[in-house]
Design a protein around this ligand. Structure first.
Ligand code: GDP
Length: 418
């Protein structure tokens, strides 16, 4: 039954907002590219025939081929990025592993993450890593090997190691979510460099806090810095290691209320990124370790609860799933807005410019025609034909591209209002 619930999730996952919008906008740019090519072809024929089109106009329209191509390249690489921060050993790597449903990142004693690790999907079932400044793919078969490979590299704390993991092993990777694990914010980092290098294009930030202690100044400072560089970043707070509360049931409610209040206060009053009411929806009490264990059991076809887990496991497991759902909604809407809105603006701009050029040529053709009413019928027919073609092309441009661009805009605003 657990496997089935995973399957259902495939279809109605909020990540599909991004996945579908990406497919749609990509299809639109394929059409725009075709259309620009057609226009270039037509302009070339006009240039050759009668000098109706200037060389400069021809070049201008031709330059849009490269522009559209460049947008399509960027579009192909567009993804949703989530970055995890917090003190060492709060469980950042374990949270990522739990979300990926497998032990991919090394975690625990002796495996302190001492540089940035990015996990992203790879096609054709390969798993490998690429260190910063290199293009060499180092194959990775297991977590042990990955830990070893990371240890033997001399890595600077702000360096990035990209880990490619088969897309088909995890829905989040398949849907273009990219995970970034960071060294602990307590390792006296160069925060500015961290943020400039790894945070400016992040759609969502997750602060992995330790529920056994309160939020630390170092953790808070980091997010203060982030919110000076990014306007209203999306931040989630996970109070991890909440399983520890099971051993002290007499303080449970009180501790939870205190953590909740402080986290909400931090997000709303200090950082001013949410209203207090919205901030309530961004704070969760979870156990990444239990969730990961449960999921690995499920993958083996065993029940998630093997009886040995602490009191309240089921509630914490549900809360982790609740976090994932809200996270998916947030990240896919944010990514559609920040990434695709730009592309749709550029697409519209290109369409408008080409239309203007065509309109100018049409004007010119009509003038030439009226000036040369007395010229040979042959020339007259030619101009007539050109005029017709231009009118058709311009009309088609108006109808088609504008329709397409409006369509993207509608999708973007629909995603935003949903
Ligand atoms: P990181 O340095 O923030 O990436 O922390 P790790 O993910 O490496 O976790 C540090 C240690 O805490 C590991 O031994 C984990 O097994 C353990 N840990 C992580 N999450 C939890 C949790 O929710 N509960 C408990 N009890 N231990 C956890």
């Amino acid at each position: 039954s657990h496997l089935r619930s995973t399957d259902i999730r495939t279809d109605n996952s909020p990540l599909q907002i991004f996945v579908k919008a990406k497919k749609k906008i990509n299809d639109i740019f394929v059409e725009i590219e075709d259309y620009v090519q057609d226009t270039v072809g037509f302009m070339k024929s006009l240039q050759a025939e009668r000098n109706i089109v200037t060389a400069e106009e021809g070049e201008r329209v031709e330059s849009y081929v490269d522009k559209v191509h460049a947008i399509r390249d960027v579009l192909k690489r567009d993804h949703m990025k989530v970055a995890f921060f917090g003190r060492t050993s709060n469980g950042k790597s374990t949270v990522i592993n739990a979300m990926l449903r497998d032990k991919i990142l090394p975690s625990g004693i002796g495996h302190t993450t001492n540089c940035f690790l990015q996990v992203e999907g790879s096609d054709n079932g390969e798993s490998y890593l690429i260190t910063e400044g290199s293009t060499e793919k180092q194959p990775v078969q297991s977590v042990g090997q990955l830990g070893h490979a990371l240890c033997k590299e001399k890595l600077c704390e702000s360096h990035l190691v990209r880990i490619f993991w088969p897309k088909e092993k995890c829905l989040l990777l398949r849907d273009d979510v990219v995970f970034v694990d960071s060294p602990g914010v307590d390792v006296t980092p160069n925060l500015d460099e961290w943020i400039d290098k790894h945070c400016l294009d992040a759609d969502v930030f997750v602060l992995v806090a330790n529920a056994e202690s309160t939020l630390m100044v170092t953790e808070k400072n980091f997010f203060h810095k982030v919110s000076t560089k990014l306007s209203k970043p999306n931040i989630f707070i996970l109070n991890n290691r909440w399983d520890a509360s099971a051993s002290e049931p007499e303080f449970f409610e009180q501790v939870r209320a205190q953590h909740q209040e402080r986290a909400v206060d931090f997000l709303s009053r200090e950082l001013k990124v949410y209203t207090p009411k919205d901030a309530e929806e961004r704070v969760f009490f979870v156990s990444a370790k239990e969730t990961l264990q449960a999921r690995m059991q499920e993958q083996r076809g065993q029940p998630s609860h093997n009886g040995a887990l602490a009191e309240g496991f089921q509630t914490r497991y549900f809360e982790f799933q609740d976090f994932e759902r809200k996270f998916e909604e947030c990240i896919s809407k944010s990514a559609v807005k920040t990434k695709f809105e730009q592309h749709s603006q550029r697409g519209k701009h290109i369409a408008t410019e080409i239309r203007q050029t065509l309109d100018e040529i049409l004007d010119r053709t009509q003038k030439m025609k009226s000036e040369q009413l007395h010229v040979k019928k042959e020339v007259h027919d030619k101009l007539n034909y050109t005029e017709q073609q231009l009118m058709l092309l311009t009309q088609e441009m108006k109808d088609k591209i504008h329709h397409m661009v409006e369509d993207v805009e509608q999708r973007v605003s629909k995603a935003l209002s949903e």
